[in-house]
Design a binder for this molecule. Structure first.
Ligand code: MN
Length: 187
């Protein structure tokens, strides 16, 4: 594992621990709210384990925090620069483009889906809106109870406090940008 990954892993753990303590939550409470084992949460907080994207989404959702809170710095001016991808067993990889900014109320990611990859997103906090734009390949997006196919250059804005999912039925990887807007006032 290279140095960048170690730094990221340690930073994720520290941010998680400090946010959990801000909320005055025990590891037991976070485990129950997020549906992630207490042992795993302890490993993440100590920087011993790199969480998968889906684990981090669960934890962020339980703490009502944007995902990028754990991944990226929020300094201005903000620049997009290559970072480590956060991988998932389901064939998805995520990288923050712009970290969450409380004034602007959004965070933005680039997400890669491998052929056959599928990611189901649990509903976000009430009022959260996602903007998905495909930049490479083709992907299927599940919103409002049905699947629709988006080609490169196509996008959708949808209510992300409802069940939604992404799937790659194609033969090559799909890449999309995901801008997630959180309604104000934000923390
Ligand atoms: Mn989502």
């Amino acid at each position: 594992m290279d140095k960048t990954m170690q730094t990221d892993r340690a930073a994720i753990g520290q941010r998680l621990r400090s946010l959990r303590r801000d909320r005055e939550w025990s590891l037991d409470r976070l485990a129950a709210e997020a549906g992630v084992s207490k042992a795993m949460l302890g490993q993440i907080e100590r920087g011993e384990s790199m969480p998968t994207v889906s684990t981090l989404w669960k934890v962020a959702g339980a703490l009502r925090a944007p995902l990028s809170h754990f991944l990226a710095s929020t300094t201005l001016p903000a620049t997009v620069s290559p970072r480590e991808w956060l991988h998932d067993s389901a064939g998805m990889a995520v990288q923050p483009l712009f970290a969450f900014d409380p004034t602007l109320g959004f965070e933005m990611f680039v997400i890669d889906l491998q052929p056959g990859g599928m990611s189901e997103s649990a509903p976000h906090t009430a009022g959260v809106i996602e903007h998905v734009v495909v930049v490479e390949g083709e992907m299927a997006l599940f919103i409002e109870g049905e699947w629709q196919t988006l080609a490169a250059g196509e996008g959708r804005r949808f209510a992300a406090d409802q069940p939604h999912a992404y799937r790659n039925d194609g033969l090559r990887s799909a890449r999309f940008h995901d801008l997630i807007h959180y309604p104000g006032p934000n923390r």
